[in-house]
Design a protein around this ligand. Structure first.
Ligand SMILES: Cc1cc2nc3c(=O)[nH]c(=O)nc-3n(C[C@H](O)[C@H](O)[C@H](O)COP(=O)(O)O)c2cc1C
Length: 190
């Protein structure tokens, strides 16, 4: 099972063009261990959750997002922290993903999840938002990796001019998170 091929989907909880969370997600894609493939989900056109929209049949953006999560072996959430809490973009995606009544159902139930956070400033690490993301994933039944969340401070200073992660400590944290996530998924599959 050690060489099991694992497909992860990931989203960044920010819509900003130069989002450091999206850069971190893309770095994770490049730093993924052997046998782990990470695909970035395009989430910009997922609307705010609205029960009326859901009742009419969610738009293709929502269906595509949910189907991608459903067909993956695990979900990687890379999120900012806003006011020591969950940004609306991240929470909105979790809410849509959890909806049982619209196709393809609650795609978080039984889904392994790993969490990374990166803050724009020098002091924040996302340590307030991490347990909150974890908390809202419990009710829909996600299997959040029990430890190994990573938080990075310093925003853009972690990246070179081409957007690649250059900070050695940050690189090591990302690699460790992904290795642990791989092992967590293999363990669950067994
Ligand atoms: C409304 C708002 C609240 C924020 N609150 C926090 C916070 O609580 N902790 C923190 O570390 N950074 C906070 N920040 C700064 C973000 O870490 C920074 O804007 C970061 O770059 C956002 O991620 P992004 O680059 O992926 O969009 C806040 C930013 C905004 C816009």
């Amino acid at each position: 099972m050690a060489n099991q091929e694992i497909k992860i989907v990931g989203f960044a909880g920010s819509l900003r063009d130069s989002s450091v969370n999206r850069l971190l997600l893309r770095s994770a894609i490049n730093l993924a261990p052997a046998h782990m493939l990470i695909e970035e989900l395009y989430i910009h056109d997922v609307p705010l959750y609205n029960g009326d929209i859901e009742d009419q049949g969610p738009p293709q953006s929502v269906i595509a997002f949910k189907e991608a999560v459903a067909s993956s072996d695990g979900l990687l959430i890379v999120s900012p922290e806003y006011n020591h809490g969950i940004p609306a973009v991240t929470k909105n995606l979790i809410d849509w993903a959890s909806r049982r009544l619209s196709h393809p159902g609650n795609v978080l139930d039984g889904k392994p999840v790993s969490i990374m956070t990166i803050a724009g400033g020098a002091s924040g690490l996302g340590t307030y938002v991490q347990p909150q993301i974890r908390q809202v994933l419990v009710y829909p039944g996600a299997l959040v990796m029990p430890n190994g969340d990573i938080g990075i401070s310093g925003g853009m200073t972690n990246f070179d001019e081409t957007g690649h992660l250059k900070d050695d400590i940050a690189i090591s944290k990302v690699k460790q998170n992904l290795l642990s996530f791989y092992e967590w998924i293999v363990r669950l599959n067994n």
